[in-house]
Design a protein around this ligand. Structure first.
Ligand SMILES: [Ca+2]
Ligand SMILES: [Ca+2]
Ligand SMILES: [Ca+2]
Length: 486
């Protein structure tokens, strides 16, 4: 009987959802394969845990007796060897396989040296497909999330590791880093806070379908500079960044978020109901309070949530006044001052007056080396030979390659495709850098110039940006811009 059920399930998958069930079953029963003799279970499999809960993210476990002989493998529902573990006393089916199953009842075939048996289990319906895996980090690690480095592939500079999943209230110098449940993202216990603040990285969630009310909620704390610490939501079909949120609560007078508290925010994404989305948490800053506390990304609410502790969110996705993207960046030589350029108005940069133009050179030192800020160009299309060039000066402070840099990002997804810095500085002259963007021909992009440091020489000069070369320009390795993003 169990074989029959399995067969009809497989056939259903093959035929697709347009055929009515009754037709499938009757055709199945009359088929020669279905009339084949049904093999009875040769040995017993006893469930210990046979219910999978998307909130608990538990493994399943089964025991068996001597009559099972040596169990060789499981089969069915696309299970592969790495999805389960067989010892001489138990079978364990791992959560990384179970999280992707649609809620319902399942059976797997079990093959051993003494014959065949089946095991069954249930995947509970917790709106699994509408939610991200391990949304509250209650496994105590980054299970279901994907961390990546930003800076020169240096894993020891990666902010998001299993060590950064911390218990509430234990890791803060002046916490608690409250979130929801027992664990959240925050500075690892025992690690010097300044060391952790210097780390950067990205943390990507699993993909979910936006359902229910179309509202999402999350706890997000610290993240002093909005442009360097934020949660982004992307549309999976084209990786378009649809929303970007920072912890605005941090900037309130006497805010507890300065000590790690992660306020609860809600955001209305109902315009994207039914679409597949994913989230990425970003930490791009390396100084005081340039880190995040983060927890409880709940993407399914029905009805819409009423709680909103951190105050209203603001969508801080970069916007551009003109969608026009010529192949030569307008005002790339700064002959029109800051025309066509946009200083970020987002919170955490002290003010927006750090950038000015002096003799055709963009400089971040209108307020001296202490000034910090981010300025964004208008759009350009990567065209011709696929090279761009510019001149860089200053930008040689103590941690210049993390603090004062130029990025090129793609419009829409806002992916940083290259980050480079003035690593060839001779201390006096502007240095020309040629940037290879040939992999991104015909894409629309923009520049970001960042100054996130306040010490001596922590200021960046940029001039003479050319974004169109008909032929590959003539230059030597000395002037080739090295990408810090890999
Ligand atoms: Ca949690
Ligand atoms: Ca950081
Ligand atoms: Ca500065």
């Amino acid at each position: 009987m169990k074989r029959k059920v399995m067969l009809s399930f497989c056939l259903l998958l093959l035929i697709g959802c347009t055929d009515p069930l009754s037709e499938v079953e009757s055709s199945l029963l009359s088929s020669s394969e279905a009339s084949e003799e049904i093999v009875a279970d040769n040995f017993a499999i006893t469930p210990v845990i046979d219910t999978f809960d998307f909130d608990l993210l538990n493994d399943l476990e089964y025991t068996f007796y001597d009559d099972a002989g040596d169990i060789a493998f499981l089969s069915g529902h696309n299970i592969v060897a790495s999805d389960y573990e067989i010892t001489d006393s138990y079978i364990r089916i791992k959560r990384h396989y179970l999280v992707y199953l649609t809620p319902g009842e399942y059976e797997l075939d079990v093959y051993s040296t003494t014959g065949q048996s089946t095991l069954s289990f249930v995947v509970l319906d917790k709106n699994n497909e509408y939610r991200v895996i391990n949304h509250s980090f209650e496994t105590g690690d980054l299970f279901g999330w994907e961390a990546s480095t930003i800076f020169k592939g240096e894993r020891n500079l990666l902010a998001f590791t299993n060590d950064a999943v911390v218990a509430h209230g234990t890791s803060a110098e002046s916490g608690p880093y409250s979130g929801n449940g027992d664990f959240l993202i925050g500075p690892p216990e025992g690690e010097d806070l300044a060391t952790y603040e210097e780390k950067i990285g990205m943390l990507k969630s699993s993909t979910f379908t936006l359902g229910g009310s179309g509202y999402i909620t999350f706890n997000l704390g610290v993240g002093r500079v909005a442009d360097l610490a934020y949660l982004s939501i992307y549309r999976a079909s084209d990786n378009f960044e649809i929303a970007r949120y920072s912890d605005r609560y941090y900037h309130r007078e006497g805010s507890s978020s300065k000590f790690g508290y992660a306020p609860y925010y809600k955001a209305d994404l109902s315009a994207y109901l039914g679409e597949k989305l994913y989230a990425i948490l970003h930490d791009c800053g390396g100084h005081s309070d340039d880190y995040v506390t983060f927890d409880y990304l709940e993407t399914y609410h029905d009805p819409k949530p009423s709680i909103d502790i951190g105050g209203p969110v603001v969508n801080e996705v970069p916007t551009f006044a003109l969608s026009y993207a010529p192949n030569q960046l307008p005002n790339g030589d700064f002959s029109l001052g800051l025309e066509m350029w946009n200083v970020s108005p987002n919170l955490g940069w002290q003010d927006t007056s750090a950038f000015h133009v002096e003799a055709g050179i963009l400089k971040s030192n209108a307020n001296g080396d202490a000034g910090r800020g981010l300025i964004r160009s208008s759009l350009f299309t990567i065209d011709g030979a696929g090279y761009v060039s510019l001149q860089l000066g200053a930008a040689k402070g103590a941690r210049f390659d993390k603090d004062t840099y130029v990025s090129v990002r793609l419009y829409g997804c806002n992916t940083e495709i290259i980050r480079f810095t003035n690593d060839r500085s001779d201390g006096t002259n502007l240095v020309t850098y040629y940037v290879d963007l040939t992999k991104y021909l015909n894409k629309v992009a923009y520049f970001e110039v960042v100054d996130n440091a306040t010490g001596s020489w922590d200021t960046i000069f940029v001039s003479d940006i050319k974004t169109y070369y008909e032929e590959v320009p003539d230059f030597t390795g000395i002037n080739f811009a090295n990408n810090l993003m890999y």
